[in-house]
Design a binder for this molecule. Structure first.
Ligand SMILES: CC(C)(COP(=O)(O)OP(=O)(O)OC[C@H]1O[C@@H](n2cnc3c(N)ncnc32)[C@H](O)[C@@H]1OP(=O)(O)O)[C@@H](O)C(=O)NCCC(=O)NCCS
Length: 197
C-alpha cells in the first residue's frame, strides 16, 4: 500500500514540529533531493543529518521562528519553516522560508494548508516580510505562492547548474501584518533554551 493510500482519508492537522518528526521530515527532504539533484551530488557527505534538523529546530524556537509539519493521521506529509532572511540586525523583521510536501501527497491541498499556517505564524511572531527563492521552472511552487499572496520581486538568471543546464531562480515576497507601512513592534524577547521542546 502506498504512503498516500494509507493516510489520505485522515484529517489534516498543521502543528509545530517536534524532535519525533525529524526522521519523517528528512525522508521527505531526501525524496525531493533524489528527484531534483544530479546523482553525482545525491550522496553529499555534508547532506542534512537528523542532528542538523534537531539543532536547527532548537535554534529556530529560540528566535520564535516557526517550524511546522502537516500531520495526516499521525503521518508527517509535509513541513515548512522560516529562517532569518539575513543575519545582520537590520534584517530581523524579514524571514525566508522553505516548504516540502511528501511526493506521494502532491497537489492534494497540503501546501495550501501549510503555507498559510506558516505565514500566520510568522506574522504573529512579529515578522513583516517573507521571501522565497524558487526555481523558475517550479510551476507548483510558484502557483502555490501566488495563491498565498506572494508576488515576484526578483529574477536571478543562471544561478544554479543542474542536469547539464543553467537554472534561473525567482524571488517571491509578501508582506506580513502591517508590512512596511508602520514601524515594527518592539521585538519579542528570546525564549530561553529551557523552553525548547
Ligand atoms: C510546491 C509544493 C510545496 C506544493 O505543495 P502541494 O501540497 O502539492 O500544493 P497544493 O496541493 O496545496 O496546491 C496549492 C496550489 O499550488 C499550485 N500547484 C500545486 N501543484 C501544482 C502543479 N503540479 N502544477 C501547477 N500548480 C500546482 C496550484 O496553484 C495549487 O492550487 P489549486 O489546487 O487551486 O490549483 C510541492 O509541490 C512540493 O513539495 N514540491 C517540492 C519541494 C518544493 O519545490 N518546495 C518549494 C521550494 S520553494
Amino acid at each position: 500500500m502506498s504512503h498516500a493510500s494509507a493516510v489520505d482519508q485522515a484529517p489534516l492537522l498543521v502543528r509545530p514540529s517536534h524532535d519525533g518528526d525529524v526522521g519523517a521530515m528528512l525522508d521527505i527532504y531526501r525524496l525531493h533531493i533524489m528527484r531534483g539533484v544530479e546523482p553525482a551530488f545525491a550522496h553529499d557527505p555534508e547532506a542534512l543529518q537528523p542532528d542538523d534538523i534537531k539543532r536547527r529546530r532548537r535554534n529556530m524556537r529560540k528566535h520564535r521562528l516557526p517550524h511546522l509539519v502537516a500531520d495526516r493521521g499521525g503521518a508527517v506529509v509535509g513541513y515548512a519553516y522560516a529562517v532569518q532572511f539575513r543575519k545582520r540586525p537590520a534584517y530581523r523583521y524579514t524571514v525566508k522560508h522553505s516548504i516540502y510536501v511528501h511526493p506521494d501527497h502532491l497537489h492534494a491541498g497540503i501546501g495550501r494548508a501549510l503555507l498559510p499556517a506558516l505565514i500566520d505564524a510568522c506574522a504573529a511572531a512579529g515578522f513583516r516580510q517573507m521571501i522565497g527563492y524558487i526555481d523558475a521552472a517550479n510551476a507548483p511552487s510558484i502557483g502555490l505562492h501566488v495563491a498565498c499572496g506572494f508576488r515576484q520581486v526578483g529574477y536571478l538568471p543562471s544561478v544554479a547548474y543542474k542536469f547539464g543546464q543553467w537554472t534561473d531562480m525567482i524571488m517571491m515576497q509578501r508582506s506580513l501584518g502591517a508590512g512596511g507601512t508602520i514601524a515594527p513592534d518592539v521585538w519579542p524577547a528570546v525564549v530561553p533554551d529551557g523552553d525548547i521542546r
